[in-house]
Ligand binder design. Structure first.
Ligand code: CLF
Ligand code: SF4
Length: 297
């Protein structure tokens, strides 16, 4: 439990609704949807919708400019007293849009220094940005890690965009996995709390995720969040074309239980939209449309 943690970690966890089950009834988060581009392709993703690594598939969030996102964040923080965390989680990969993502963090570090900053990434571009994340006091980073084995990775990721070219197949998965693990190590070294998300894909990585869980725990990740693949052809989950199914709630729980022997498991994830506002499971984004924010000024 929280009591066993050091004071510094306890403080970072206690007011973050995703990192602490207890906090999620009392503290709210919002997402700034400033990151449209992505640098990889996941087989379960249709880019017309929000990133499925940290979001509910099939949802479309409106992309804001960094200035709009800062205005919205300040308006939300003024209106919702429980607001404790500003996260950037899409609609693409936040670190594939570093200028936009860091513009928001930089402004908010000055204008709303009490807000905790949080970011979610597929990890490909993570190592080159760890220094800046630490400098801006981003205390919480989520990396989506679906595998350690590049042969499994090749079934999940058809390609990545790397050093100005498209890399495919096993080689792509090898690079992505190495970047994720390097990023994880660098974050842990700097005392940044890491949550690992994994998408459970029956027949592809379901038998492998308990090993992923043990491995990331040994490397110092704080929390593991196994999310179910939501296989829906209308969302463009290409697996759907080959008969890919979602895990049943029982299968998901059995895997979470298996991992829980070794690792803190998150079980209250609500697969939020990339523009979510409010308590987890709540979506008050429409109360803070840009038109309404302009009216508040
Ligand atoms: Fe957002 Fe993610 Fe930060 Fe939370 S959400 S970037 S860690 S502030 Fe939370 Fe939502 Fe689940 Fe994400 S419930 S989808 S785990
Ligand atoms: Fe889609 Fe997110 Fe994967 Fe990019 S990282 S392809 S946005 S699910």
């Amino acid at each position: 439990g929280l009591d066993a943690l050091g004071e510094d970690v306890r403080r970072k966890v206690a007011e973050h609704p995703c990192y602490s089950e207890g906090a999620h009834h009392h503290f709210a988060r919002m997402h700034a949807a400033v990151a449209p581009a992505c640098n990889i392709q996941c087989n379960y993703c249709n880019r017309k919708f929000d990133c499925s690594n940290e979001s509910r598939p099939g949802v479309v969030s409106e992309v804001l400019t960094p200035d709009q996102a800062v205005l919205k964040t300040l308006a939300v923080a003024a209106a919702i007293p429980q607001m404790s965390v500003l996260g950037i989680a899409g609609p693409g990969d936040p670190l594939a849009n570093p200028e936009r993502t860091f513009a928001v963090f930089r402004e908010l570090a000055v204008k709303a220094p009490d807000l905790k900053l949080c970011v979610s990434t597929n990890g490909l571009a993570l190592p080159e940005h760890v220094e800046e994340l630490a400098r801006l006091k981003v205390d919480h980073v989520t990396i989506t890690i679906n595998c350690l084995d590049p042969d499994i990775g090749a079934k999940i990721y058809p390609w990545i965009f790397w050093n100005h070219r498209r890399v495919r197949g096993r080689e792509a998965a090898e690079i992505l996995i190495a970047q994720q693990q390097k990023g994880l190590e660098m974050l842990v070294e700097r005392g940044i709390l890491v949550k690992v998300n994994s998408v459970m894909i029956p027949g592809i990585n379901d038998q492998h995720l308990a090993e992923v869980s043990r491995h990331v725990r040994a490397k110092g990740a704080f929390l593991h969040n196994v999310m179910p693949l939501i296989a829906a052809p209308e969302h463009g989950t290409y697996f759907g074309l080959t008969g890919q199914r979602s895990p049943s709630p029982q299968e998901l729980q059995a895997l979470q239980d298996e991992c829980a022997g070794d690792m803190n498991m998150m079980r209250h994830c609500r697969q939020c939209r990339a523009d979510a506002v409010g308590l987890l499971g709540e979506d008050r984004s429409s109360e803070f449309s840009l038109a309404k924010i302009a009216g508040m000024e």
